[in-house]
Design a protein around this ligand. Structure first.
Ligand SMILES: Nc1ncnc2c1ncn2[C@@H]1O[C@H](COP(=O)(O)OP(=O)(O)O)[C@@H](O)[C@H]1O
Ligand SMILES: [Mg+2]
Length: 360
């Protein structure tokens, strides 16, 4: 799927703007705060239905405005299997109507649920924030896995929705037990089943994804991912029953998953965790490696390359790795941002389409 045009209205720093992208590589050049990451965030939102910067959707609405809008049209592909698609996300603060904030998804102007919206425009994003995949909390590593799998697998998206719902309901029941001692057996049975059924789907798919990532050659940085899964089953829930009633929350299941990235020693045993022992430079390379593997995974799963988004990563990489990334251009549609055009060799820049942003 090729992203052709992007239209933004009251989205972050953009009151009204339109952009056109090359089928190959587009470079967005602009000084700090000129809106490069905002633009990438809009594309990511149109791809996944979420922001990569904020949990609070209304943050994306321009200051002082009530409704923010991002829409994109994809180019029909040359073989004619994909027609032009229009994707749109409308975020509303709800304030002017005295309503709750809302986020609406539209495909060709028809409202959709996120499960049917995500997956139309598939992206792989690499931004400096991704360093947190190594250094941050387990939740960020789960987000990484979700980002890979939600875009490539509708069943994973569906399992995620049902799992989250079952977890919410079950936690409410556990909280009731904790506070009042009242145990609603029939209700537990229903939500336990839903939780286990969908939790096991999530675990299986995450396991397969991590296996794939481990089996691929790693040209940038050799490392291994160890899946620290929190298995969910009737036995495990039984085992943790007392503890969960005391805590008022569900203590096992994929919402507690994590993975570690480890270095190899000379005899190819995984030894030290990159999080604890890797230098910042090594951690950056590991993240670059993970992103390159994500590209491969997505391309293999969907049999077409995703849109590659690179947000201001050149200032963080040494020359050797900048060249490594530049060598990937042309293999898929790519949109990259930079503050300094010097990072991109003239010869390569000539083949790119250039968008220049000015400081507001
Ligand atoms: N909701 C918003 N409304 C208006 N401006 C915003 C909003 N969120 C962020 N900004 C502004 O956007 C600018 C940062 O844009 P960004 O895309 O991060 O720049 P960069 O080019 O450095 O990546 C800042 O000036 C910030 O104040
Ligand atoms: Mg930025």
């Amino acid at each position: 799927m090729i992203l052709g045009h992007l239209f933004l209205q009251n989205f972050r720093s953009y009151s009204k703007s339109e952009f056109t992208f090359s089928e190959n590589t587009t470079v967005i050049i602009g000084p700090n705060t000129s809106g490069k990451s905002n633009l990438i965030e809009a594309i990511f939102l149109l791809s996944t239905g979420k922001s990569f910067k904020t949990q609070k959707d209304t943050d994306m609405i321009m200051f002082e405005k009530q409704v923010g809008r991002a829409s994109a049209s994809t180019n029909p592909d040359s073989i004619g299997t994909n027609n032009e698609i229009n994707l749109e996300v409308v975020i509303s603060s709800g304030e002017f109507e005295g309503r709750q904030p809302s986020k609406k998804f539209l495909v060709n102007k028809v409202p959709k649920r996120r499960v049917d919206f995500a997956g139309n425009l598939v992206t792989v994003l690499f931004s400096p924030l991704d360093l947190e995949i190594i250094s941050g909390s387990p939740g960020i590593r789960r987000e990484f896995l979700d980002n890979v799998l939600e875009q490539t697998d509708r069943d994973y998206r569906l399992a995620g929705i049902s799992y989250a719902k079952a977890l919410r309901q079950r936690n409410a029941l556990l909280e009731l037990v904790r506070q009042t001692g009242k145990y609603q057996e029939k209700q537990f049975e229903y939500w336990d089943n839903l939780l286990i059924q969908n939790g096991q789907i999530i675990t299986k798919k995450r396991e397969a994804c991590i296996r794939f990532l481990n089996n691929e050659t790693k040209e940038v940085f050799d490392c291994a991912l160890l899946y620290d899964k929190s298995i969910i089953s009737h036995d495990r829930l039984e085992q943790y029953k007392k503890a969960e009633e005391g805590a008022g929350v569900t203590l096992v299941g994929p919402h507690r998953d994590d993975f570690t990235v480890c270095l190899y020693n000379n005899s190819r045993q995984t030894t030290h965790e990159v999080k604890t022992f890797g230098s910042r430079g090594q951690q950056r390379l590991v993240v670059l490696q993970l992103k390159l593997l994500q590209l491969l995974f997505v391309e293999k799963s969907l049999e077409q390359p995703p849109l590659f988004l690179l947000d201001d990563i050149f200032s963080e990489l040494d020359e050797e790795h900048i060249i490594h990334v530049l060598n990937l251009l042309g293999k898929q549609q790519t949109i990259l941002t930079t503050t300094h055009e010097e990072f991109i060799p003239q010869k390569i820049k000539k083949q790119m389409s250039v968008i220049e942003l000015i400081k507001e």
